[in-house]
Design a binder for this molecule. Sequence first.
Ligand code: PAP
Length: 324
Amino acid sequence: MDKEISKNLPREDDEETINLISSLPSDIDFEGTKLFKYQGCWYNEKTLQAILSFQRDFEPQDTDIIVASFPKSGTTWLKALTVALLERSKHSSDNHPLVLENPHSLVPFFELRLYLKSSKPDLSNISSSPRLFSTHVPFQTLKEGLKNSPCKIVYVWRNLKDVLVSFWYFKCANQEIEEAKNSLESMFESFCTGVSYYGPFWEHVLSYWRGSLEYPKHVLFLKYEELKTEPHAQLKKLAEFLGCPFTLQEEENGSLEEILDLCSFSNLKNLEINKTGRTPGGVDHKNFFRKGQVGDSKNYLTPEMEKRIDMIIEDKFRGSDIKF
Ligand code: PAP
């Protein structure tokens, strides 16, 4: 996620967009930001303008690959794994794209980067085939922008409690004001009601879960915690889904281990580009790499908070085979 979302950028949007936004249900989030509900999820005005532009303007190519997620669910890691998979055996270790660039620069967000400043960005300089893009919008909104193109979508989801704490930390790190540090409780409340940036979380995850059942060749549904516990199996699944499975020889030569090592939390975190670089929106790359652990939320949420989240999850995910 990029801090550009909070910048007040001048942008010319047509009357249709302005009218549409003003006709949507709106609410105020825990920070006092006005959010609008569009196709089931909540966005601030700038993000929504960019989403509408993306849906209208984007011209997909059949080979495009989209990395999708709810914020703080493992996006950076999945971007890195996807790049490493597709670029395997093309680079030496010191000129690998992941050594030279942050994963978010290599796989740009539609609504937080490309369509943020312009309703018709020039994408002609994105030449690599396949082109890689990313998004935090839910499946129905992405699908509209992809206009029935047979693109591949890889979605990663993560335990809501860890997402909440990761999101809160990211906010604290990116906010000048001290108040962020006191905001965990109010952020928790907004996650629970669903009126949160890109929320409700459950609608988001369920949208891609349904998408993966309906279009199994086009939507892959991955879980952060499984990437952690069985990285080899998940990486092979990703490679097969993207149409570039590992050969037996690659498996024997340690190609999987090489990719997993390159994209490991500690390796990415310690690369110079990620220690010192910044996104164009002013986010320090280092803020995308905090702890990278499963269950760290235990150290921040009270038993009451955990219980409330457990109840929400039980309620919202009933009838799906999604297991937390
Ligand atoms: P984004 O939505 O802003 O792009 P995203 O990458 O989805 O963020 O999530 C960041 C989380 O992924 C952080 O989790 P934490 O706060 O619980 O630590 C970050 O540490 C974690 N992360 C980043 N890179 C990796 C990686 N290579 N392996 C495992 N976890 C990672």
